[in-house]
Design a protein around this ligand. Structure first.
Ligand SMILES: [Zn+2]
Length: 164
């Protein structure tokens, strides 16, 4: 079961390193993830403007270390949701895990909330609301779904640092 991780703390780092453009170009080349994104975006109440998958190995070493701890992030003022290709969740989705598809959808939803100006607590709430909806509609396994919801809720006050 993947644990929820965010993202926000690396924004200034990425902006400062002016990596947004090269990351974007790298994302364009990544295609094995296209079917995953196609499935995942259909699960969202609203589609994001753009989602790109990036490979941390293509980033500079200092940025790579940060990227390796993230499932997803946005750049300050940007409208693109970046997903990292090594992420346990996207890798699970790539291997056909339906649960990971749904988790990935809530991760994208969280980042979309940030794009719309949400702070970390608000974005976490959006993520939890979507996950709860998936649970209520019985689209995810009840036991796994409740366990993941508990993990999501345990993040309160955590400003995005990776949890154990
Ligand atoms: Zn966040």
């Amino acid at each position: 079961m993947p644990s929820p991780r965010c993202s926000r703390w690396c924004l200034s780092l990425l902006v400062a390193s002016t990596l947004a453009a090269p990351l974007h170009e790298a994302a364009r080349a990544a295609s094995p993830f296209d079917p995953v994104l196609e499935r995942v975006l259909k699960l969202l109440p609203k589609r994001p403007l753009e989602v790109a998958v990036i490979d941390p190995n293509q980033a500079q070493p200092d940025v790579r270390r940060t990227l390796l701890t993230l499932d997803a992030f946005i750049t300050k003022g940007g409208r693109v949701v970046y997903l990292t290709s090594h992420s346990e969740v996207i890798q699970g989705a790539l291997k056909g895990s339906q649960l990971c598809d749904y988790i990935l959808a809530t991760i994208v939803w969280h980042e979309m909330a940030h794009i719309d100006g949400a702070n970390e607590a608000e974005a976490q709430r959006c993520e939890e609301q979507l996950w709860t909806a998936f649970l209520m509609e019985e689209r995810v396994d009840r036991i796994q779904g409740l366990r993941y919801l508990k993990a999501l809720k345990s993040r309160r006050g955590d400003e995005g640092h990776r949890r154990p």
